[in-house]
Unconditional design. Sequence first.
Length: 277
Amino acid sequence: MPKSKKSAITSQDKSNILSETIGFMVPSNNINAHAVEKVNRFLPELDEKTKAFDRKNSQTTLAMMTLTMMTGQSPYRMMRQIMSEVEKRKGALSEAQVTYAEKLKEVEELADSIDTVKQAKYRQTCVSLSTLEQKINGSFKDIATLIDAYNNIKESNNIEDWDEVAFEKEEKKHHVRRAFELMYRNMFTAGRASEASIEYCQQFGIHPQVCVGEVSGYLSYVSERIENQDYPHANDLEEFLDEMAEKYQSNPDKTSERLFGKADFATNDYMYKTVTK
């Protein structure tokens, strides 16, 4: 019988091979040599591309979703959310710097060892360092993205500087807008107000039936437009909510007067002030 062509990796090669990839070495002849060859060839490219995904979310997801959840597109609420997201990443970086220093020390201690176990630990630590560097880089990129969003929000809303006093001044208006937003979702999905939305309206001085009426009118208006092949952008809904916030922003004051005897019960003396004196 004619001899079969030798494969790229012979049986002799397989018996002697040190099954090694980027950061891995297993001195065994029981490791699939063909798989190791494939990994050695393509893993560097995958490692390189992985650097693009060194954080949980993309810039788009972070800006368009994380910063708008429960904020009602309020600039002050969005900036507060930015503060929260930055604090999380500062905490992660604070811990990572310690771990990174520990790993670097391990690498230095293991680098020149001839012991096979210590050599394996050296390679393991190098992989851990590389992974940790990606996470650190991701945290810095997230913070930079959040800083960009913060500056853009300030610029687009003509906010030069702000403090807790400025934030509190916008809170009632935010909650009025949010009440109409939740009512819209109720009426659109279920055709009725939820008990939670009714309570929310009452807490901020909006009569629930007034809220239902306003929202029902808007729903009918949009349905008619769609029937006439006039398809509004989602911004149309946001503008309706902005209009409701403007129209009913004084309602919480009357509720506050009923509950606390005055319209403005927030005490500036308890607030962090850098702008408002």
